[in-house]
Design a protein around this ligand. Sequence first.
Ligand SMILES: [Zn+2]
Length: 308
Amino acid sequence: MVTRLYTHPIFLEHITPPGHPERPDRLRAIERVLDDEAFAGLDRVQAPEGDEATILYAHPADFVARVRAAIPDQGIARIDADTTASPKSWQAAITAIGAANAAVDDVFTGRADNVFVAARPPGHHAEKTTAMGFCLFNTAAIAARHAQRKHGVERVAVVDWDVHHGNGTQDIFWDDPSVLYCSTHQMPLYPGTGAKNETGAGNIVNAPLAPQTGSEVFRDAFLSRVLPALDSFAPDLIIISAGFDAHHRDPLAEINLTEDDFDWATGQLMQRATRHSGNRLVSLLEGGYDLQGLAFSVAAHVGRLMKG
Ligand SMILES: [Zn+2]
């Protein structure tokens, strides 16, 4: 197995206000844990700058212009109650998109079996025309469309185990049966969407989890809803919206997973990637706000990607 890791120093320069949970230290914690010799075999590559035209795969041009206009020359600009931009946020967001699209290219050209992208800002809350929930652009959605446009595949699955529902990804693919969107998330919780009866064109599978549940309920949701949907859809590529805020230490939610659950879920998705997608699996960092919980969970996730 060749597992590639994309990151870039620009991701540390997307600055959020003091006390904001989505902070540069998250990536520093990930870099520290992946420095361990257990990860010496990772194929580490600096993320390339993204092609701005690919943002239009998921967002209209007037929205892109609105986000660009909101980037401040100095200080921090507020986009909504919890979403902000600093002077380097545009470049960070574009580079996150560049890394995700490059990861897709890598798994289609055989440069890597699977790829983990450690980037910020995250993306899964960004709707077609709304930046929200710490997210400016929907990186996972752009990468899914990039796979279809550049590599000519028909079906892409996005599996989102971030503890928050990926309202943005659901919004973008709501009427697009060529993309399957499966999400496990705490409900009720921000952003409020993600009920079981939100099914789009039959391509949306939501598996809400009650607060204070943990491993057993999460794995049951995976086994009974997410994996059967993947098996009947038979995707050409699996993209993971890999948030690690369902970890029991996370301060933003009340789901009690451990790093072992992320190891297990990664293994399950790798099996499906082997069965349906020629092993092609791309994992994009979303949330995860307790630094230790995040670091241990990423270590389990990336360790499983490397081991197969
Ligand atoms: Zn989250």
